[in-house]
Design a protein around this ligand. Structure first.
Ligand code: CU
Length: 352
């Protein structure tokens, strides 16, 4: 074999066994072996433990195999079959007992982590959040604060003196989704008519990226998830902002028929369309529940579950024809005029 072919095959093997993808993934924010929360850390330690044991088994079996292949290979001088061995109590006992012991160790180690993560008592000061999966976006409720938001979850720092863990109830409004933010915890499915639980206690403020981890339809790949871990002060002010309601149109404004492109006219146009049957803007007549809550749309950095950045141009393009960004999305193009879209956009931009 020529050296080049050999090197090519080596590279192919490395790629196939995940070395190259793993090296590339190690630098991304969704790398599963970097963990910044207790459940993720415990799961990670367990997986390293299991990997070590299985790697040792692999190494000893493969080196014994290679040794036997070389040591006992047929020699040109061999004319008869080597001696045949039938049945050996010692060998059979050892290859039964050793694997049982190994399995017992793996089982006990796994059960310990499983129970310590699953049965962790909820601290008194914990934050409760209910997360609902939708095709193809996330809804978040903060029952104690009366706050509802979408796609970008804000939670407080989980560790340290003022740390507050977040306890999540997970469910789905339609099909099965799965909540997965690798640096914070393992994935947990969101099932219709069932509530699953998980908790996270992030140790560093910042943005953590996640993704729906259960194929849920055509736009599954664009069901991205952002978790903002705030300092206690940031979190308190975020909650205070989210609790604010938007203003209703006065009777005069609602009766106004001007065609200007501004927020007031935009609100009137928005409220005359089916938008309000699917979206809520707290404090106004818009109270639809099928799509994301838009009350504080401008507090989010992305639109449509991370599909695009939340800029005025993107916002207008999105409401004009959502399927250009997410083909198969459950929000229809409303076939309004360009002026109407500009008016609605002017209104949406005020939803701070
Ligand atoms: Cu999904």
């Amino acid at each position: 074999m020529k050296a080049r072919v050999f090197v090519q095959r080596l590279i192919f093997l490395a790629a196939a066994f995940g070395i190259v993808p793993a090296a590339a993934a190690a630098s991304t924010p969704t790398w599963i072996f970097s963990n910044l929360s207790t459940p993720a850390r415990e799961t990670n330690q367990l997986s390293i433990f299991v990997l070590t044991i299985t790697a040792l088994i692999f190494l000893s079996v493969s080196s014994l195999l290679v040794y036997a292949l070389i040591r006992f290979r047929a020699k040109p001088t061999d004319t008869t079959e080597p001696p045949q061995v039938f049945g050996s109590m010692q060998i059979e006992l050892s290859w039964t007992i050793i694997p049982i012991l190994i399995i017992a160790v793996l089982f006990l180690g796994t059960a310990r982590v499983l129970f310590s993560v699953q049965d962790a008592p909820e601290p008194k000061n914990a934050l409760d959040v209910t997360a609902v999966g939708h095709q193809f976006w996330w809804e978040f409720h903060y029952p104690k604060y009366g706050v509802v938001t979408a796609n970008e979850l804000h939670i407080p720092l989980g560790q340290g003196e003022e740390g507050r863990a977040t306890f999540l109830k997970l469910t789905s409004a339609d099909v099965i989704h799965s909540f997965w933010v690798p640096q914070l915890a393992g994935k947990t499915d969101m099932l219709p008519n069932r509530v699953n639980h998980m908790w996270i206690d992030p140790e560093k403020p910042g943005v953590y990226l996640g993704q729906c981890a259960q194929f849920c339809g055509v736009e599954h790949a664009k069901m991205l998830l952002r978790v903002y871990v705030d300092t206690p002060d940031q979190f308190a002010s975020w909650i205070a902002d989210q609790q604010k309601k938007q203003t209703e149109l006065t009777q005069a404004e609602a009766a106004d028929t001007s065609d200007a492109i501004n927020a007031t006219v935009g609100q009137r146009v928005f409220e005359q369309q089916a938008c309000i049957n699917c979206h809520t803007v707290e404090g106004t007549v818009a109270n639809g529940r099928f799509g994301p809550d838009l009350t504080h749309l401008m507090s989010r950095t992305t639109l449509a579950a991370g599909a695009l950045a939340n800029t005025p141009e993107n916002l207008k393009a999105w409401i004009t024809d959502p399927s250009q960004f997410k083909p198969g999305v459950l929000m229809p193009a409303m076939h309004l005029t360009d002026r109407q879209y500009a008016q609605i956009t002017a209104y949406l931009l005020t939803l701070k």
